[in-house]
Ligand binder design. Structure first.
Ligand SMILES: [Mg+2]
Length: 297
């Protein structure tokens, strides 16, 4: 009998997953799987999440947000567990799962996971740690973390618009040096983002991103004038791809980029606090086998 290891956090996304558990068991039973469940909670950090031999499972299913998926994927890869992985978007921010084509419809997402061919997907790697979706640096990006979670869930990007105006009042740029084979930049920036995925907090920025092209999408907002920034931000919020060609935006795709700054600045990796600069960010090409992928290939 095929076996799946299912890790879920009952708290994530306002307890959405709890109501969907029966759908998970029903679908796996239908497709001939035995389900081993691990319920994640505040004690999970000290727990051994994978005590069984590495080849025990046909795949691992993670229900949670980007942060939870990140932690588990890092844990697996650090221990040499190369089992295919599937993601159910059940957290507050689910940018990566959404990017690869998962939806809030658990039955449909599971059907994709259980029937589509596995795909070798890229991961981002900042210093020694893998990430699924995005690395961000700068005072401006810090608003994603500071935006109230309930607000984020209920009104989506409007929350960011409101927050952006608030942040603009405390606008602060930093001097950075960004070095890659494809581009170099030395000067002021509001924020820089290095995407493996396409969006942050549901806001689509890396509109040309592909999940297994061996490249990360680097987007730097270097504009310091509010008059220039306004139109660019509006385009970004509307998902208008032409924002990437605006004069205040630096956009390029690369396998490898280094970011340095003269002063310490806040960084964020998939919604969690990130490392201090300088950082080296690489694309770990085809690093993770992912199930159910139906978009951005
Ligand atoms: Mg890519």
């Amino acid at each position: 009998m095929k076996r799946v290891k299912f890790l879920y956090n009952p708290q994530s996304g306002d307890g959405k997953m709890r109501k969907q558990l029966d759908v998970v068991f029903w679908m796996y039973q239908k497709y001939g799987y035995q389900v081993d469940v691990l319920r994640l909670d505040e004690n999970s950090q000290e727990m051994d999440l994978f005590p069984e031999p590495a080849d025990t499972y046909d795949h691992v299913l993670i229900a949670g947000g980007d942060g939870t998926c990140d932690i588990i994927v890092n844990e697996m890869l650090a221990r040499g567990i190369e089992t295919p992985v599937a993601f159910l978007p059940m957290g507050t921010s689910n940018d990566y799962a959404t990017y690869i084509g998962m939806t809030q419809n658990v039955e449909e997402s599971l059907r994709q996971i259980l029937t589509l061919p596995p795909q070798q997907m890229d991961l981002g790697k900042v210093n020694d740690r893998y990430f699924l979706n995005v690395f961000a640096g700068g005072y401006f990006t810090d608003f994603v973390q500071r935006t109230d979670n309930d607000l984020k869930t209920s009104i989506g990007y409007l929350a960011y618009v409101l927050k952006s105006f608030e942040v603009m009042r405390e606008l602060r740029t930093v001097k950075v040096r960004i070095t890659a084979k494809e581009a170099q930049y030395e000067g002021d920036m509001l924020f820089c983002t290095v995407f493996n995925g396409i969006s942050v907090g549901r806001m689509k920025l890396a509109m040309e991103s592909r999940g297994n092209d061996g490249l990360l999408d680097v987007i730097v907002l270097k504009t310091t004038q509010i008059t220039e920034l306004g139109p660019t931000l509006i385009k970004i919020l509307r998902g208008d791809e032409s924002a990437l060609a605006d004069p205040g935006v630096l956009f390029f795709q690369t396998k490898d980029v280094t970011i340095e700054s003269l002063e310490p600045i806040p960084t964020d990796v998939d919604g969690e606090k990130g490392p201090e600069l300088p950082v080296r960010i690489e694309c770990a090409s085809n690093r993770l086998t992912v199930l159910g992928v139906s978009a951005h290939l």
